[in-house]
Write a protein that binds this ligand. Structure first.
Ligand code: NI
Length: 177
């Protein structure tokens, strides 16, 4: 395991636009992806983006089996997306409580597209695309935001719906860690 330190909101790198990956089969890229997975698993994340561990490149990892931070959500298979992007498949937006390893202990109500088509490349440089809905779609949108220097608090419409997870009275994610 090589768990890395997760940068917190306020760090300049988290508020910067990340660079496109142009070389796939490098030792450095593979090491970053392994570090991302290790860090996400050890911190109990459901997704993570390379800038969160200090690399300003367009790489995200998502997936979980059982997650104590989001106990009501169905598992999502692990995947790495390099240079990810997405298109909304419907105009429907869904509000849900969101958290972030870079904003520890806090949750906010954020509106995201309910259904998207995502595109990216896997670790071998092969195209990886698919359709994601609900929580799966939310994670991809959240992680893609990281690559553009956007953290979830800036997407909260009403700051009454932003606070500490041990204080907020949230129906959905009541489990306290
Ligand atoms: Ni995040």
């Amino acid at each position: 395991m090589s768990e890395q330190k997760v940068l917190k909101m306020g760090s300049k790198l988290l508020h910067s636009k990340a660079s496109i990956v142009t070389e796939f089969k490098t030792f450095e890229l593979h090491k970053i992806i392994q570090d991302l997975k290790d860090t996400m698993l050890s911190k109990g994340g459901v997704g993570i983006a390379a800038p969160q561990i200090g690399h300003s490149i367009r790489v995200i990892c998502i997936g979980f089996d059982k997650n104590t931070r989001y106990p009501n959500e169905e598992p999502i298979p692990f995947m790495t997306l390099i240079n990810p992007r997405y298109l909304a498949l419907s105009e429907d937006m869904v509000d849900a409580w969101e958290g972030c390893l870079s904003v520890p202990g806090m949750r906010g109500l954020v509106s995201r597209y309910q259904k998207i088509q995502y595109f990216g490349f896997d670790i071998a440089g092969k195209p990886n695309e698919g359709v994601a809905e609900n929580f799966f779609a939310r994670i991809i949108q959240h992680e893609c935001d990281h690559l553009d220097g956007v953290l979830f608090p800036s997407r909260i419409k009403d700051f009454k719906n932003f606070g500490f997870e041990d204080t907020l009275e949230i129906e959905t994610y009541l489990q306290k860690s």
